[in-house]
Design a protein around this ligand. Structure first.
Ligand code: FES
Length: 63
């Protein structure tokens, strides 16, 4: 499922970046992708996804 429709960034891509590349904060995701740089509607769902991953103990800390 696309989280960022403007740039075609999926929840799987964000999950992979967070778990395997240490991008577990929205700031780090935005350094690696153009997420949120157009309409910005994807920022909140991305934060929620990162919080869910953290709650599931898949990340070192919440964003
Ligand atoms: S949905 Fe991500 S910038 Fe528009």
């Amino acid at each position: 499922m696309y989280i960022c429709v403007c740039h075609g960034i999926s929840d799987k891509t964000i999950t992979k970046l967070a778990i395997h590349h240490g991008a577990y904060e929205i700031r780090k995701i935005r350094q690696l992708t153009p997420l949120g740089s157009q309409c910005g509607k994807c920022v909140r769902p991305t934060k929620e996804l990162l919080q869910k991953l953290a709650a599931d103990h898949l990340l070192p800390q919440a964003c």
